[in-house]
Design a protein around this ligand. Structure first.
Ligand SMILES: C[S@@+](CC[C@H](N)C(=O)[O-])C[C@H]1O[C@@H](n2cnc3c(N)ncnc32)[C@H](O)[C@@H]1O
Length: 217
């Protein structure tokens, strides 16, 4: 499915979020607390925008790996920059050594993991003690009026936009994947269970976006 939608993915993100997704990625990258010279991993990197934010923070002496299992997505990421190491990889079975990275991030990817606990544990495993794990995701707002707007936006508008973009199925899958994803509290607990301490989260965009973060114990 991700190979299929790769060509429209960036445009759809900008249309669906009125361009706000760039700001959310910046905030997620800030929460990775990287310094020049650091080494960071963005899993389920897709077309690579979050990895590029990490790249800006580690400077020329740093290193960023963007990994995904969709070659269609990775091809587009490769066209954006040669300064990130774009690699095929399964987020549930990362090929990197334990404690290798200073931080690992995932943007709008965790809800697609077929085993969320395993994906989070893998991210925590490859980050050194004291390093950071950040998860940027869409979440379901609980209170009106945002909850009402969200239902209309996600259940009606997004699938309609998907039909226009030529892939109704993928953009019907999107709201259903968000609905079955754990809420902020539960995701926080799962991050703690994956081996992170000082877990916290920021809700933004009226409670539609959650950015979870924690430190590897
Ligand atoms: C909605 S896109 C998000 C892309 C990008 N991170 C962003 O911020 O826009 C989800 C991505 O997760 C990838 N993905 C889902 N499950 C994965 C897994 N188990 N291993 C690697 N990539 C995965 C898909 O191929 C897709 O590129």
């Amino acid at each position: 499915m991700f190979d299929r939608i790769a060509g429209v993915y960036d445009v759809m993100n900008s249309v669906m979020t009125a361009g706000m997704h760039h700001r959310w990625r910046e905030r997620a990258a800030d929460l990775a607390r990287l310094s020049p010279g650091d080494c960071a991993l963005d899993v389920a990197t897709g077309t690579g925008d979050l990895a590029l934010e990490l790249r800006r923070r580690v400077g020329p002496s740093g290193r960023v790996v963007g990994s995904d299992f969709s070659e269609g997505m990775l091809d587009l990421a490769r066209q954006k920059s040669g300064d990130v190491e774009w690699e095929w990889g399964d987020a549930l079975d990362l090929k990197y050594e334990s404690d290798f990275f200073d931080a690992a991030t995932v943007g709008f990817g965790a809800r697609n993991f077929s085993d969320l606990g395993r994906g989070l544990s893998e991210m925590a495993r490859v980050v050194r003690p004291g390093g950071r794990v950040v998860v940027l995701e869409i979440t379901t707002p609980q209170k009106p009026p945002l909850s009402v707007f969200f239902r209309f936006w996600f259940d009606t508008l997004v699938p309609a936009l998907g039909r226009v973009a030529g892939d109704a199925d993928a953009y019907t899958y999107l709201p259903s994947s968000v609905r079955r994803f754990p809420g902020p509290q539960e995701l926080g607990s799962q991050l703690a269970a994956a081996g992170l301490r000082d877990v916290g989260w920021i809700l933004t965009a009226g409670g539609i976006i959650a950015i979870h973060h924690g430190t590897v114990a």
